[in-house]
Ligand binder design. Sequence first.
Ligand code: AMP
Ligand code: GLY
Length: 422
Amino acid sequence: MNVLLLGSGGREHALAWKIAQSPLLDKLYIAPGNAGTAQVGTNLPISATAFDEIKKAVKEYAINLVVVGPEDPLVKGVHDFFLNDAELKSIPVIGPQKYAATLEGSKEFAKAFMNRHNIPTAKHFTVTAENLQEGFDFLAKQTAPYVLKADGLAAGKGVLILNDLNEAKSELENMLNGKFGAASKTVVLEECLKGIEMSVFVLTDGEGYVILPEAKDYKRVGEHDTGLNTGGMGAVSPVPFADKKLMERIESEIIKPTIAGLKEDNIPYCGFIFFGLMNDNGTPKVIEYNVRMGDPETEVVIPRIKSDLLQLFVAAANKKLSQEKIEINPFSATTVMAVSGGYPEAYEKGKTITFSEQFSDSIVFHAGTKLENGEVKTSGGRVLAVTSLGENKDAALKISYKNITKIHFDKMYYRRDIGQDL
Ligand code: AMP
Ligand code: GLY
């Protein structure tokens, strides 16, 4: 079969790398892809949100299945676009429809869903210009730090965690006044959860599901979790504290009620669910839902999956996922992200990437790269993810850190402490 994968980051390179290994695959296309995806498939110069051009490509390349990497096309309704088009509606799309994608696109929608279905999460209060005073009252009843979230998508920047009550109140007003544009016209205030974060992923067809390996990512740019938030500077899987007991609680208290809740609310769902969780001494709570895989978590989750991912996608498309088992490699996977100097603030692009020595004991997933006259150049803040497998996390990290020193581009930076807090 022919597959079209939408997206262009490290997540998409990891998905493409895995799909390309499937005996079910004839041809893999990636729109728009990067220099890494070009090694395992054919890149198409089409944006992941250019639906009409995607339709043309689907017909021209006789695509049988579409896999959506990022949230943007999902929230914009790419799956609905297929369902509403006579020529496309028989082609399965892995990735939820627009309404279900609201689980990621609106924090208030996600909170209401969790409360309706008794899924453990932080207490919250929703504020608009109409009930500002009640918002102040809710904040005053919390203990610091104060958590303020733009309701809508704000490129990962819409969450403020503030220690001072007065600052929290004035930032609440700023948000309602458009600090994050339309995304913060509604603000969700939350109780601050304590504990340690982790990410859990499932692939579901709305009935059956398979649980993918869990992971922990490192969001801050600086070592020891300092500095600005980024998309993610590295990741490890498995998560050492996620023992059998915790994973069983996550499945029974969070995963099952979420899938049952979707069914109860008549929300069809075919795709990934990413549960951003807080583990408070063995009690898991949901921080957020995402309707896609995480990045860079995918770069450690996918290499641990032994099963044929494309076979799982086909089963999901046919609503037969409950008949599938997923086989996981017990080894640890780690990834360290090489980023452009200055990221997540201003940084330069177009730097030539070179390798002083070739290596085969790590997989280099491309995040922000592109091919220019046969040369691989940087084209984003996060550039390459160096993924390794080892008998344990430290063995895997050792390989990632050995190999990342062989990669060079002007002003390259990476965190040297990934996985060290665990
Ligand atoms: P979100 O976009 O909802 O994932 O929030 C971004 C980050 O803010 C999360 O990864 C957490 O580190 C932090 N965060 C969000 N909500 C809470 C909360 N209720 N309590 C503690 N930390 C939170
Ligand atoms: N690494 C976090 C995310 O993909 O949202």
